[in-house]
Write a protein that binds this ligand. Structure first.
Ligand code: SF4
Length: 82
């Protein structure tokens, strides 16, 4: 099992974040455009707004589960598991 990668510094504080596994495929921005943004210079996405409604939360969760690189982290679910 590989060690977790560092998270991008652009992520806004909160439970969702993107780490350096991101390959910049844009799927999360297509799934939850209010919450995920791209850093064009570095070619990766990051969390630019934490979900504020049940609908945004649902889209963020869907994005996390769909990410082909497993780069989206939900810290609150990690806490619940420990
Ligand atoms: S879906 Fe995953 S790999 Fe694709 S841009 Fe978003 S965080 Fe990066």
């Amino acid at each position: 099992m590989s060690a977790p990668r560092p998270k991008f510094r652009e992520n806004v504080p909160g439970k969702y974040s993107i780490n350096e596994h991101c390959i910049g495929c844009s799927l999360c921005r297509e799934t939850a455009p209010e919450n995920f943004c791209i850093n064009y210079e570095e070619g990766h996405d990051y969390v630019c707004k934490q979900p504020a409604t049940p609908e945004e939360e649902e889209r963020c969760l869907k994005a996390m589960l769909s990410c082909p690189a497993d780069a989206i982290v939900n810290d609150s679910s990690e806490e619940q598991l420990s």
